[in-house]
Design a protein around this ligand. Structure first.
Ligand code: ZN
Ligand code: ZN
Ligand code: ZN
Length: 81
């Protein structure tokens, strides 16, 4: 049996570092104001927020330590040999 990954507690997921797990980021075009020269920003439709493009709005990424498997990549089962 492989150990659970320490980084993600075996979930295989970790908070997206770009949106801090929120899944949304401030629109970089209007700096989160939702306004563009007095009109609704066309990039975020006036919301001021956009789905994070790195995690596609989920707020999660595959754990970089275990590549999303949830198991500790450093604990190999040597009995297989
Ligand atoms: Zn915007
Ligand atoms: Zn994200
Ligand atoms: Zn992990």
């Amino acid at each position: 049996m492989a150990e659970s990954c320490m980084s993600c507690s075996g979930t295989g997921k970790e908070d997206c570092i770009f949106c801090f797990g929120r899944g949304k980021r401030n629109c970089t075009f209007c700096f989160g104001t939702g306004q563009d020269n007095g009109e609704a920003c066309t990039f975020c439709f006036g919301r001021g927020k956009r789905n994070c493009t790195f995690c596609f709005g989920s707020g999660e990424e595959d754990c970089s330590t275990c590549n999303g498997t949830g198991t500790d990549p450093f604990s190999n089962d040597w009995d297989d040999w």
